[in-house]
Design a binder for this molecule. Structure first.
Ligand code: AMP
Ligand code: FES
Ligand code: ZN
Length: 314
């Protein structure tokens, strides 16, 4: 197996591109894919202030490294979710990465700053923790970006994540979600722009990138993500991809070019009905308190009732 670019021995093959690369050319290829995604979808303009949401996992640490390497300076944001040792270690990887490179890292801790944690929120809602977790992340990424004057929030969602979410949304015809499923979500009143610069790169490629670049990351999966239906969709898509390389990329890029437009109107309608939350001012469709503020007040009582060690499943 030879590197497509320089003909040296290759260390990784990428079946969907029918290509293999040596370590140097692979990192070059990753940078090119990120530049292409940013350019194609007009994610970030020169001089804009970028905030990367960094979980301590491979994707978001690779993203922070890649943006730095292609001369797009970005600060990081780590959100402490209070999921026992998993969160402690994730924070440590993120802080170590930032400190080694002299990068600026913002931190928000759900328990310290908002009086609840994800296990408490799961208990209060009696639903899978990922729902409350995702809601908290979306709200707080946006809030920090607005409070600190960032133009763009970048997340480490990769090709596999996008394909799995798309499959889930299509299977249930979640039309409003489909209208919002795009590599860039524009800014609006109360919203910073959201971008996903890794949409052209797979999970496996991001793991390889971290190994090559010597990036230490949290390898454990979230202990509360058991039963998350996206994990099942990822497995199904991997089976299809093995039989027919390029399936995932074709699925999502076909949706962006030929499907997404059909659902925009519904997402826009929802945006048009937004009004400020009576408590925090964030845009909400409820006409009252936003979903984050309601979750927070319910979760605070569940969180204070029991210490975190009893609530964390591992
Ligand atoms: P997930 O929702 O866990 O699939 O993560 C998707 C993206 O959200 C990651 O690639 C990160 O950019 C961001 N993210 C997830 N968890 C955190 C966290 N605890 N703090 C900051 N960013 C996060
Ligand atoms: Fe949110 Fe696991 S990371 S529930
Ligand atoms: Zn609110």
């Amino acid at each position: 197996m030879k590197c497509r670019r320089c003909k040296a021995p290759a260390i990784i093959d990428i079946p969907r591109h029918n290509a293999a690369f040596c370590a140097d050319c692979f990192t070059h290829q990753c940078r090119e894919q990120v530049k292409r995604a940013i350019h194609e979808h007009r994610m970030i303009a020169p001089g804009e202030k970028v905030l990367v949401a960094v979980s301590g996992g491979k994707d978001s640490l690779a993203l922070w490294d890649l943006l730095t390497e292609i001369d797009i300076p970005a600060d990081g944001l780590y959100l402490g979710l209070g999921i026992g040792e998993y969160s402690d270690h994730s924070g440590e990887y993120t802080r170590a990465f930032a400190a080694e490179r002299g990068l600026r890292l913002h931190e928000v801790d759900l328990l310290r700053d908002h009086g609840y944690d994800v296990p408490g929120a799961a208990e209060a809602t009696r639903r899978a923790p990922c729902g409350a977790c995702g809601l908290s992340k979306r709200h707080l990424f946006n809030q920090v970006a607005l409070d600190e004057g960032y133009d763009v929030v970048a997340t480490g969602h990769n090709l596999d994540d996008e394909a799995a979410v798309l499959l889930g949304n299509v299977l249930r015809w979640e039309t409003a979600y489909l209208g919002r499923q795009f590599p860039v979500l524009p800014a609006g009143p109360g919203f910073a722009r959201k971008v996903k610069p890794l949409v052209r790169l797979s999970e496996r490629e991001m793991a390889a990138y971290c190994v090559i670049r010597g990036i230490d990351y949290q390898v454990e999966e979230c202990p509360m993500a058991d039963g998350n239906r996206h994990l099942g969709f990822k497995e199904l898509l991997n089976q299809l991809e093995t039989k027919s390389p390029g399936t995932k990329a074709a699925f999502i890029s076909g949706f962006w070019s030929r499907g997404h437009d059909a659902f925009i109107a519904e997402a826009d309608e929802e945006r048009a009905t937004l009004a400020p939350c009576t408590e925090c001012g964030a845009p909400t469709t409820t006409g009252d308190r936003c979903a984050f503020c309601s979750l927070r007040s319910r979760a605070q009582s569940a969180t204070t009732e029991q210490p975190v060690t009893l609530r964390t499943r591992s």
